[in-house]
Design a protein around this ligand. Structure first.
Ligand SMILES: Cc1cc2nc3c(=O)[nH]c(=O)nc-3n(C[C@H](O)[C@H](O)[C@H](O)COP(=O)(O)O)c2cc1C
Length: 222
């Protein structure tokens, strides 16, 4: 299947009916952070299509500060595993007793299996957007990259593709390893591929680490 980005050129205003909304809710509920991947490859056209969709994300001043690096080099991928292992061991040392035991059993990355590894950076000095909105809140550049990652995550799920976010890594080591411009900061390291299994509940909930909390507890009035 060849995926072509036709949606942005279509100008007829779409109608999002109740059937679509139900499906969209299913998409949100069934998106998962994936750590177990099948070994079938993810073709470049699928990945590039998902990245095109991600580029429809909102960004401060329309600055589009996302920079994605496809990490293909075998040495670099092996080094990413080493960077993860070191950070994960360090994280494990923060826990004791039952929590340490449970943490050690968690699967927190899919680095060995995922056919695609994608590093997402923010270009902190981009001239796009002419600084609009960034003077008061420079961190909005980072938020813009997260907005793009979220679209990628959901769009991937809609195509049967899984995404797993790996943050247990030293960002400076990743920047050096991937040899990116000095003005870029790491926002996310993503594993992408076809998932081995589908679940409606998050892995960390299934593992007894942290369950979802009723959203009503997080909404306030002033
Ligand atoms: C900013 C961010 C960083 C994350 N880092 C990791 C990580 O290093 N390892 C991991 O297994 N999951 C990571 N996750 C995934 C979360 O554990 C996951 O989103 C959460 O447990 C809820 O599960 P769900 O995404 O399947 O709904 C991260 C998610 C976010 C948004």
């Amino acid at each position: 299947m060849v995926l072509v980005m036709t949606d942005t050129t279509r100008e007829d205003i779409p109608e999002f009916g109740s059937e679509f909304r139900e499906k969209l809710t299913d998409l949100f509920r069934w998106r998962r952070d994936v750590r177990r991947f099948r070994n079938d490859p993810l073709t470049d056209d699928v990945l590039d299509y998902l990245l095109q969709l991600a580029s429809l994300a909102p960004s401060v001043g329309n600055s589009q500060p996302w920079r994605f690096v496809k990490v293909e080099d075998a040495f670099r991928r092996k080094s990413m595993r080493d960077i993860f292992e070191a950070a994960n061991l360090d994280a494990l040392n923060d826990y004791a007793g039952e929590h340490a035991k449970l943490y050690a059993q968690l699967k927190l990355d899919g680095l060995d299996q995922a056919p695609v590894q994608l590093a997402a950076f923010v270009d902190k000095e981009t001239v796009l957007g002419r600084g609009l909105g960034r003077k008061t809140m420079p961190e909005t550049l980072h938020y813009s990259v997260v907005a793009a990652i979220n679209i990628l995550w959901l769009a991937a799920r809609a195509h049967g593709v899984g995404v797993g976010w790996v943050s247990i890594i030293n960002p400076e080591q990743v920047i050096e390893l991937l040899d990116v411009p000095k003005d870029w900061a790491l926002v996310a390291y993503l594993c992408v591929g076809y998932p081995q299994e589908e679940h409606i509940d998050p892995e960390l909930e299934r593992a007894g680490w942290q369950e979802r909390v009723d959203m009503k507890k997080f909404v306030f009035k002033r």
